[in-house]
Design a protein around this ligand. Structure first.
Ligand code: HEM
Ligand SMILES: N[C@@H](CC(=O)c1ccccc1NC=O)C(=O)O
Length: 502
């Protein structure tokens, strides 16, 4: 007996809006005890800018979650508490290593309820943080606004809203592809083909939406003003959180914790696309068909479980969404169906078109990461080098959040540790993203298409990154570049030694 094809509504997934809530996020918690939180949120950016947020939160009493009435309220509580937590941690001259009970206590309660980690996630800043401008109109990018931002900037709003609009646009492809799974079971080739054609079209439109990021989110504002607030507490030693954050809930169970920061890798939609098409992602650095390395086998070592970042990100998705992906994984059959029907040309072309569109989406994304992170990080590094060279004294840390340099191994007032270069700028991110991109093309049916889609071809993104990350003589002498993603939970060992930094 085959397991039933999952019903999205059983997992809090909307047939129209996908992983966005079926009802718009609530904009205010109804019970008067939460007025204090809401007042902080009403003044959030000015409290942060004037560096008063910590004092206000330190004076805040513990307000437990018992008065939250609806699921929408639990979601709002989670969203605002994670904004407050990150504002508290990153909104001072130095990051705070302790989160006080007024935040920790209710945050642990709501995180437990929603089966999410107590940290800012894609759910808290994107999925549950939007409102339509006109209620009667669709959730298009031009009809969306955010509920909360750290900076009050259009750039930050836009950064979140592009993702929201993408979720809304991609939502309807969920029931379409679930129907295709049923159709494949019934050997209804026409329906599978039609569904794949519609899905390819949607993936193409998602690519168009993704590049609208450039319209209103400036890379400088993103890198220096927005991104620092989204950082987590894992691998954050160099930013001033060597042990992570102490979640002080006022009890004896208070502990140090480490979590990855917010990332779109936490989007269930993109993972759904991979699953339904049969795209598989391996741990960064491992090749196709590779199980255990030869040298390991020679030494008789037991296979070492390797870190798979994309899978790990499921722990940062709301519980029901995580379970939905698991259920879809149990029934995904499209790849097998197409492989078993290679003579049906239209079906194969439609399937390969989906892979090509998803690959193109990832290619556009890599180009974006280059412009928003790699280039900006290089600029900062060469600036701090110039400053060091022009001064024999220590360079004081600049005041404010922009100086939180969590992608750099040294602060200006620390002594220089020279380490061997591990790769060009961006080695941590780019091999990971390129591998995910190339894996997207691997299932292609047509031999020629597979060659084209699995990395044999140099794309615009490849050329841009090669150009941006070329080494200069100064780089060889400089700090080791450690450009990592916010959610980046890599270590050299996890990465298989050498491919990935950090
Ligand atoms: C300025 C905009 C963006 C930047 C700088 C950026 C940066 C990154 C980085 C650094 C990663 C590596 C994982 C990590 O976070 O540690 C990542 C992963 C990812 N990002 Fe983005 N991202 C941006 C926007 C988006 C948007 C709008 C999407 C929507 C589709 C997206 C989708 C993904 C996905 C799916 C991954 C996981 C890797 C994969 O599946 O290929 N990103 N992003
Ligand atoms: N991974 C990105 C952050 C990122 O993409 C992100 C973080 C929180 C919420 C949404 C995100 N992506 C949005 O469009 C970074 O490392 O800067």
């Amino acid at each position: 007996m085959l397991p039933p094809v999952p019903r999205p509504t059983d997992y809090g997934v909307s047939p129209d809006r996908g992983f966005l809530p079926a009802e718009n996020p609530t904009q205010c918690l109804s019970h008067p005890v939460y007025d204090r939180w809401e007042r902080i949120m009403n003044n959030f950016q000015s409290l942060l800018l004037s560096k008063r947020l910590r004092t206000v939160i330190d004076r805040l009493p513990i307000i437990p979650a018992v008065h939250l009435e609806t699921e929408a309220e639990w979601r709002r509580a989670y969203s605002i508490l994670t904004f407050m937590a990150h504002g508290y941690i990153w909104g001072g001259d130095k990051p705070s290593e302790r989160l006080p009970p007024s935040i920790t206590y209710p945050l642990l309660q709501v995180s437990d309820h929603l089966e999410l980690p107590p940290v800012a996630t894609y759910a808290s800043v994107c999925l549950w943080n939007f409102k339509p401008i006109f209620l009667s109109e669709a959730l298009d990018l031009d009809n969306l606004s955010t509920l909360t931002t750290f900076t009050g900037s259009l750039d930050e709003q836009w950064f979140y809203l592009v993702s929201v609009a993408m979720e809304a646009k991609g939502g309807p492809s969920i029931p379409i592809m679930l129907k295709a799974i049923q159709a494949a079971r019934d050997d209804d080739c026409a329906t599978v083909t039609k569904s794949l054609q519609s899905f390819a079209q949607t993936l193409d439109e998602l690519g168009t939406l993704l590049v609208r990021m450039y319209e209103n989110c400036d890379p400088h504002v993103f890198y220096h003003r927005i991104r620092p607030f989204l950082a987590g507490s894992k691998n954050m030693k160099d930013a001033g959180l060597p042990q992570g954050v102490f979640y002080d809930d006022g009890s004896r169970r208070a502990t140090w914790r480490q979590y990855g920061g917010g990332s779109n890798a936490q989007s269930s939609m993109i993972q759904f696309f991979d699953i339904v098409l049969g795209v598989e992602h391996r741990p960064t650095g491992s090749k196709k068909d590779e199980t255990t390395s030869e040298s390991e086998l020679e030494q008789g070592a037991a296979p070492r479980p390797r870190h798979n970042f994309i899978h790990e990100m499921r722990q940062y998705m709301p519980g029901p969404h995580r379970r939905f992906l698991q259920a879809v994984e149990g029934v995904a059959n499209i790849r097998d169906y197409v492989e078993n029907n290679r003579s049906r040309t239209e079906l194969c072309i439609a399937y390969d078109a989906c892979l090509a569109m998803l690959r193109t989406l990832r290619d556009k994304h890599i180009q974006m990461v280059s412009r928003y992170i790699i280039v900006k990080s290089r600029e900062s590094r060469s600036l701090s080098r110039t400053r060091r060279e022009s001064s024999s004294d220590h360079v004081p840390m600049a005041k404010g959040i922009a100086s939180v340099r969590y992608d750099q191994p040294h602060t200006a007032d620390q002594p220089q540790r020279k380490k061997k270069m591990r790769g060009t700028g961006g080695t941590a991110l780019i091999p990971f993203l390129k591998q995910a991109r190339d894996e997207t093309g691997e299932p292609a049916i047509d031999d020629w298409a597979r060659k084209l889609l699995t990395g044999g071809r140099r794309t615009a993104a490849d050329a841009e990154i090669a150009f941006e990350s070329r080494l200069t003589a100064a780089d060889l002498d400089a700090d080791e570049p450690q450009i990592v993603g916010l959610a980046g939970a890599w270590s050299m060992e996890d990465a298989g030694g050498g491919l990935c930094a950090y």
